[in-house]
Design a binder for this molecule. Structure first.
Ligand code: IPM
Ligand code: MG
Length: 363
């Protein structure tokens, strides 16, 4: 029996292209794993009314962790139209499977390292090395939304002037949820010899929810006197990050701000072709590239697989296969530095799998 059982979830769009690429390097690394395919993605929404079928969740429950490619999400109108005729008007509503996995499995850390590998022509500045900790289960992602002001809402003080046709989305932040994400960021800083943690918020406007987040952050920071702690408003942070990315090290923030800031950080190190994610809970994790499914490139084996290959590196670290993880990162760095094999985003003409092969050849 293999040492690890890994749920293999390519999804749709370019999800298959990039996970195929990751398998090339994982196989060449000799990872002792069994990969178990799971159905997930747009087609299962259309045919079954669920892009993340229960059988996939059941299979995942029997694995050590999961590796996920990408999934197409479309707006409500299109989603409803593409649902099989026999399923229409039966109350099915589309919800992003990755968001569901994060919440169902309590994968509360979204870890997104953004490193400018030397020689990457797409680096905004050489030497950038940021790590984003995004709270992954709460905030604006709780899915409590109303198309119109819900019944009883006007009983809440301050809502009197709200027009009846206002759509409402709730944001929820708990002290416990905040403490555990901030603590993860500090523990990471200690373990990886990082100097500073910056908490990002909008506490001057979102006074309650970000008030809770910042109170928890300050409390946790006091337990780590060896690590600098500061904070910034999300808007200013967008500006400061571009102006001086070297002032930052580990960034910790709530769900939606983390979504936004991690794309910004990814762009500074080459774009979404380089952004990798770990969705990590107490004893399960799902690794994925940060990018979406880019349906127009699906099956063309054209997109950059490095984000996904770096997600595989994160998975190896999490599994405790640190030597293999380091080997893999060094191979990625070497191929980037050499600059001979590049996908279109980097100005080259190599395919997804050629780039993966080049990385595997360096192992
Ligand atoms: C991400 C993505 C997802 C998110 C989408 C696909 C729902 O943008 O992982 O950053 O918003 O979290
Ligand atoms: Mg995002």
């Amino acid at each position: 029996m293999a040492k690890y059982r890994i749920a293999w979830l390519p999804g749709d769009g370019v999800g298959k292209d990039v996970t195929d690429a990751a398998r090339i390097v994982l196989d060449d690394l000799g990872v002792d794993a069994e990969y178990i395919h799971g159905d997930i993605g747009w087609e299962f929404w259309c045919t079954e009314g669920d892009p993340l079928p229960q059988r996939t969740l059941d299979m995942m429950a029997e694995t050590d962790c999961a590796f996920f490619g990408a999934i197409t999400s479309k707006g409500k109108d299109v989603a409803d139209k593409e649902l099989a005729p026999e399923l229409q008007d039966k109350g099915y509503s589309y919800r992003s499977p990755i968001v569901r996995m994060r919440q169902l499995l309590d994968l509360y850390v979204c870890l997104r390292p953004c490193k400018a590998y030397p020689g990457n022509p797409l680096n905004y500045k050489d030497g950038i090395d940021l790590v984003v900790f995004r709270e992954n289960t709460q905030g604006m992602y709780i899915g409590v939304e109303y198309a119109r002001v819900p019944e009883g809402f006007y009983a809440v003080k301050g809502t009197e002037k709200l027009p009846r046709d206002a759509a409402i989305s709730f944001r929820a932040i708990t002290p416990g949820g905040s403490e555990r994400i901030v603590r993860s960021a500090f523990d990471y800083a200690v373990k990886h010899n990082r100097k500073k943690v910056t908490a990002v918020h909008k506490a001057n406007v979102l006074r309650q929810t970000d008030g809770v987040f910042m109170e928890a952050a300050r409390k946790v920071a006091a337990d780590y006197p060896g690590i600098d702690f500061d904070n910034a408003n999300i808007d200013a942070m967008g500006m400061w990050l571009l102006k001086n990315p070297f002032n930052y090290d580990v960034i910790v923030t709530t769900n939606l701000f983390g979504d936004i800031i991690s794309d910004l950080c990814a762009q500074m190190v080459g774009g979404l072709g380089f952004g990798c994610s770990g969705n990590i809970g107490k004893d399960y994790a799902v690794f994925e590239p940060t990018h979406g499914s880019a349906p127009k490139y699906a099956g063309q084996y054209k997109v950059n697989p490095i984000a996904t290959i770096l997600a595989a590196k994160m998975m190896l670290d999490w599994l405790g296969e640190t030597d293999k993880a380091t080997q893999l990162e060094e191979a990625v760095a070497a191929v980037i530095a050499e600059g001979k094999v590049r996908t279109y985003d980097m100005g080259g003409e190599s395919s997804t799998l050629e780039l993966a092969r080049a990385i595997a050849d360096k192992l």
